[in-house]
Design a protein around this ligand. Structure first.
Ligand SMILES: *Cc1c(COP(=O)(O)O)cnc(C)c1O
Length: 465
């Protein structure tokens, strides 16, 4: 199918892009040689590029386009809000209707006494807020030394200096002077890669108990909070063993440690509930939100805070905020997105239709010669590629080499599926129908078959010794 394009030829756009645009998380020199793919429009679950190719977006952009592309309602709301009040701040004892309405809606949707919202323009900013908020909470309570935040290796909490420090990505820490002080990282609950001979259940408990060990070592009076994604996203869609989160909750309760759930990916229906915390059965004091909050149509994030923490913070001035905290256009767009999620029953669709159907197809991938485990929670899923399933072997090649081969086959087959090391991951729009899922799985299987054939031909199906 060809689409008539109303812009410059692809090669020209790519050259201009390479000349002036610095891409995030990219070796820009390498990309300049190759040329970036130019996306021109999108509808439903499909992207269109400048060559007129129709690409199935199994990543929902960057884990965010939960309601799918091309919903005019959001564009209409944005235009209306821009005409009425394009901007005003919420700093100087002022407020506006979109911020009021969105905060109220979020308080209604969030579980328990998570009733207060501090807005940001995205997840990184919101996690920076969280660092300062939990430390200020304890300082206001007379415990300024209770300021260490415990996180996990291979966690992703954003890319600002604060949130990147909370995250546990070694390649990020290697650049630009991270992590900041008083952030402590424990091991992740990644059984496939790190579980050794333990059962997943025992391993989940052991990894959770590292939190207790860390608290005892650092001192209960030094540890302010623990932060975790209910399901690790950017780390490779790591679904923890079922024993993991209940034990983390028990430890946080026992030692009076605040629990922060980073719901930036898991929130707003992705796991089949409104929030991942509900799926894994935890009661956080703070939830980080962004991405699916607006389905990516406008940049907005925030922290949803429980009564007790909000009350202590309200006891003094919190010297923190962003120009775009509660931006009226972004807030209005988010509110409309939540209306659509709710009125169209999209969270129910995930739980009752899309996720069960996808689970059946996804878990069947474990039969493929290249696939070890296939893990899924709601509409986020991963497969571990391996040269030997029985021993959960890693490849002899540099980690990520095989994943990249597979990712390239996906790209060629007009499918956006990402690789994290040698894991392949998806996080598609939540509106996927069973027919969409069939088409996605067809492209995934084709890409896996081609990648496998290429690896066999290049003699790369070899285990690391
Ligand atoms: C994407 C992400 C963030 C960062 O959000 P930005 O909007 O990119 O700043 C934080 N936490 C998690 C779990 C994420 O996936």
């Amino acid at each position: 199918m060809t689409t008539i394009t109303n812009h410059l030829p692809t090669a020209e756009l790519q050259a201009l892009d390479a000349a002036h645009h610095m891409h995030p998380f990219t070796a820009n020199g390498e990309l300049a040689q190759k040329g970036a793919r130019v996306i021109t429009r999108a509808k439903g679950v499909y992207l269109t590029d400048s060559e007129g190719e129709e690409i199935l977006d199994a990543m929902a952009g960057l884990w965010c386009v939960n309601i799918g592309y091309g919903r005019d309602e959001l564009a209409d709301v944005a235009a209306r809000q821009m005409r009425e009040l394009p901007y005003y701040n919420t700093f100087f004892q002022t407020t506006h209707v979109p911020a009021i309405a969105l905060a109220n809606k979020l308080a209604e949707l969030a579980p328990g006494d998570l009733n207060h919202v501090f807005f940001a323009a995205g997840g990184s900013e919101a996690n920076d807020t969280n660092i300062r908020m939990v430390r200020t909470y304890w300082a206001n309570k007379g415990q300024p030394d209770k300021n260490i935040i415990i996180s996990r290796k291979n966690a992703y909490h954003g890319s600002s200096v604060g949130s990147g420090s909370l995250g546990g990505m070694v390649h990020m820490h290697a650049q630009g002077g991270m992590p900041i002080p008083d952030i402590h990282h424990i091991d992740q609950p990644n059984w496939w890669a790190e579980g050794g001979d333990m059962s997943p259940e025992d391993f989940g408990l052991a990894r959770a108990q590292e939190l207790e060990k860390a608290i005892l070592e650092l001192g209960e009076d030094r540890v302010a909070a623990f932060i975790g994604e209910p399901i690790q996203g950017a780390g490779g869609v790591i679904v923890p063993p079922e024993t993991y989160w209940p034990e983390i909750q028990r430890i946080c309760d026992k030692y009076d440690i605040l629990l922060i759930a980073d719901e930036v990916i898991c929130g707003f229906g992705r796991t089949g509930d409104w929030f991942g915390s509900q799926t894994v059965g935890i009661k956080p004091h703070i939830m980080t939100i962004a991405k699916g909050l607006s389905s990516g149509y406008a940049p907005i994030g925030g922290s949803i805070v429980c009564d007790e923490v909000a009350e202590v913070i309200a006891g003094g001035e919190f010297n923190h905020g962003y120009t775009y905290s509660g931006h009226p256009v972004a807030a209005a767009v988010a509110l409309e997105n939540l209306r659509i999620l709710e009125e169209e029953g999209i969270v129910d669709h995930v739980r009752d239709v899309a996720a069960p159907y996808l689970k059946e197809k996804w878990e069947a991938l474990a039969d493929h010669p290249l696939v070890g485990e296939a893990k899924i929670c709601g509409m986020m899923a991963s497969i571990a590629l391996t040269p030997d399933k029985a021993s959960r072997a890693k490849f002899a090649t540099e980690p990520g080499t095989v994943g990249y081969v597979c990712r390239d086959r996906c790209f060629a087959n007009n499918l956006v599926m990402r690789h994290v090391g040698d894991r392949m991951i998806i996080s598609p729009p939540l509106i996927l129908t069973p027919a969409d899922i069939d088409e996605m799985m067809r492209r995934i299987r084709k890409s896996l078959d081609e990648a496998h054939a290429e690896l066999v031909e290049k003699d790369m199906m070899k285990a690391a010794s």
